[in-house]
Design a protein around this ligand. Structure first.
Ligand SMILES: [Zn+2]
Length: 490
């Protein structure tokens, strides 16, 4: 009961600050939180004590604080964390054991690792209370219903929102870690259906038809496949009239995906932009206009290559993220190579929080395999998960020489020795976990270097010799009226 009261308190607070408070109030909250974070970091983190020694942390502007690269963040794990009991090797070995899925490290912390899509993966540690506050923000700002004590209390005992989430089975990826640790009171507000991405699609479609979700949260490519199924008549959510919006996470939405979704459901597509390092950064606009920033939970800077601020309306070269929630593993001006455009005007939906109007997508690699009579997509995350499962893997690349056969090429971290058998073991474990053992085959090859593509200078993550199946059962095409598009990948 106390948990529920606390959770509702956080929802109320988050709602009032996000919906009603004047901008000055939000700025004041952000400023107060930043100073608390800096004081805590300097007091308890040897890394920040050294790094911020020459900075007046009580008065300096954010722009005077040094930038933190991912490499530095990974290399200094043990000196950054503010609880000395958190040791890198312990966190790693904790995550090696599947029996720890859904459990807290040291009985207190939610741990996960990034997918390593930019190379090495980072270990992330945050207290459960941070996850609670992130979900409270989502409940508060995810739709426009006023959150009075009365309406929230009624919601606890009345008809619940039906929310389908399509993800991997339990995992130590950030999205998995977040959904595995959904606060108990959140489950009282929403009826949550959890589906596994690698289950046969027909089974998932049947479950969705029965459940009739109001909201579906999934990777963009999963939403695209569901929309395709709707257009083929296998999914009947439009007819049921249940769907209010869909939320895309982790991946850019391709034009094709957006077209399918609009034709299939004609509901807003919320595009959630966040990262494991800062899960509460934004919330996708439920009217489909972009993503609203949460200035009380994070400081977000869009900058050029020299870290100079880029004005709203202009795409930046990178972004700097300061997580104002996590005091256990302080993340201050963390550099991410995303090309983001802030909107110069407020969101048309009426929300006053700053709006991200566009995130240019990283390339969206697609891999299809045959499953019985149909094709199914294997998410890149499966391979990222396998690669991230061996601490010595620095880089990886996936080849698809045949429809159901993949070769995972891995490169060792400098100064480490990597054996293919180590990665094979992880691959076998992950395939078994996803129940794909007899369906697809993954071979592992250790290579000296996975160099960039000579044409583009960028790492090519996927090389498929078979491509998208020509006989993929695409829905009939028809002319559609295009609506204003936001947040489409460049
Ligand atoms: Zn909006």
């Amino acid at each position: 009961m106390l948990d529920t009261v606390r959770f509702i308190y956080h929802i109320r607070r988050s709602d009032l600050l996000g919906r009603c408070a004047p901008e000055a109030k939000r700025t004041a909250v952000q400023e107060k939180r930043l100073r608390q974070l800096l004081r805590h970091a300097v007091k308890h983190s040897p890394f920040y004590r050294e790094r911020l020694a020459a900075v007046d942390i009580e008065t300096c502007p954010v722009s005077a604080l040094p930038v933190l690269t991912k490499r530095e963040f990974i290399a200094n794990f043990g000196r950054i964390v503010t609880d000395p009991r958190i040791k890198q090797d312990d966190v790693r070995s904790f995550m090696q054991s599947p029996t720890n899925l859904g459990k807290k490290f040291l009985g207190k912390y939610v741990v996960c690792h990034t997918s390593g899509s930019q190379g090495e993966s980072a270990l992330l540690v945050q207290p459960q209370s941070d996850v609670d506050k992130t979900f409270a923000m989502q409940a508060a700002r995810g739709h426009s219903m006023p959150k009075t004590w009365n309406t929230l209390w009624k919601k606890l005992f009345g008809e619940k929102l039906r929310w389908s989430v399509v993800l991997f089975r339990k995992s130590f990826f950030p999205s998995g870690a977040a959904f595995e640790n959904i606060p108990g009171p959140m489950r009282k507000l929403a009826n949550i259906q959890r589906l596994n991405i690698n289950d046969p699609i027909d089974e998932n479609l049947a479950k969705l038809n029965e459940f009739k979700p109001n909201i579906i949260t999934a990777y963009a490519h999963v939403l695209e496949n569901l929309a395709r199924a709707e257009l083929q008549g296998k999914l009947q959510l439009r007819q049921a009239g249940c769907l209010q919006h869909v939320t895309s996470i982790s991946e850019p939405i391709t034009d094709m995906a957006r077209d399918y979704m609009q034709r299939a459901w004609d509901v807003p597509i919320a595009n959630h932009y966040a990262m494991g390092e800062c899960m509460g950064l934004t919330l996708g606009c439920s009217k489909g206009h972009g993503a609203h920033l949460n200035p009380d939970l994070a400081i977000f800077e869009v900058v050029d290559r020299q870290y100079r601020p880029v004005p709203p309306g202009t795409p930046g070269d990178k972004v700097l993220v300061t997580n104002l929630l996590n005091f256990t593993q302080p993340l201050i001006r963390y550099e991410i190579d995303d090309v983001v455009t802030l909107s110069p005007t407020p969101c048309p939906c009426g929300n006053l929080l700053p709006l991200i109007s566009n995130v240019a997508g990283r390339s969206n690699d697609r891999l299809w395999y045959r499953r019985g009579k149909t094709y199914q997509e294997v998410a890149m995350y499966l391979f990222k998960k396998i690669a991230a499962g061996s601490p010595s893997v620095a880089e990886f690349q996936i080849h698809q020489p045949e429809r159901n056969r993949f070769i995972l090429k891995v490169e060792a971290r400098p100064g480490t020795y990597l054996q293919a058998s180590e990665v094979v073991k992880v691959a076998e474990r992950e395939l078994a976990y996803e129940q794909l053992t007899d369906i697809i085959r993954v071979d592992v090859e250790v290579v000296d270097e996975i160099g960039p593509d000579p044409r583009t200078g960028k790492l090519r993550r996927v090389i498929s010799e078979v491509g998208i199946p020509e006989d993929l059962d695409a829905p009939p095409t028809e002319k559609i009226e295009r609506r204003e598009r936001v947040l489409t990948p460049a």
